[in-house]
Design a protein around this ligand. Structure first.
Ligand SMILES: [Zn+2]
Length: 166
């Protein structure tokens, strides 16, 4: 959004990647992926209604097994696959779902292991989308159209409910 160079050694940014698989096949597609600097992510978040943001926060508090996430963090060298293979909310693995999104917070070329990284299954995404106001869903649509471009996959699968910057 601001054209900051995210390859700089001290760049602080978030990445998100959405993946769709096809039942019965080993094939999978990256539906979209992007990186956004922390400052743009924060300003975008502030545009979203506080009611929607509160709903997302409450959903996470009520549904995330924080102890499970903490156990993955409490090792000498956290393994990225431990975080991106299992849904933060549902505890199901990526082999059990048709679509999922992974999130990571990075500094330079390193992940920051804290609240992120994590994976969210399509099931949890649907539940979160149902909590959001029409206004927020429109904002997310606008973000997708402007920055990720019109794509048939986005139109069909992700329109209006899948991009959740948390
Ligand atoms: Zn930016």
């Amino acid at each position: 959004m601001c054209n900051t160079d995210l390859t700089a050694p001290d760049a602080h940014y978030v990445i998100e990647k959405a993946i769709r698989k096809y039942t019965g096949f080993k094939a999978w597609d990256v539906v979209f992926e992007y990186a956004i600097c922390m400052s743009c992510a924060n300003s975008f978040r502030q545009q979203l209604s506080s009611e929607s943001m509160r709903s997302i926060e409450k959903y996470f508090l009520d549904n995330v097994d924080i102890a499970r996430h903490q156990r993955k963090l409490n090792v000498e060298t956290p393994n990225i696959l431990d975080f991106t293979s299992t849904c933060l909310v549902k505890g199901i693995t990526k082999d059990e779902v048709e679509e999922y999104q992974i999130y990571g917070e990075c500094r330079g070329n390193q992940f920051i292991y804290n609240a992120m990284p994590y994976m969210i299954s399509g099931q949890a995404m649907d539940e979160i989308a149902n909590l959001l106001s029409v206004q927020t869903l429109d904002e997310l649509d606008g973000f997708a159209e402007k920055h990720l471009g019109p794509s048939p996959e986005l139109e069909g699968l992700f329109k209006g409910k899948k991009i959740v910057l948390i």
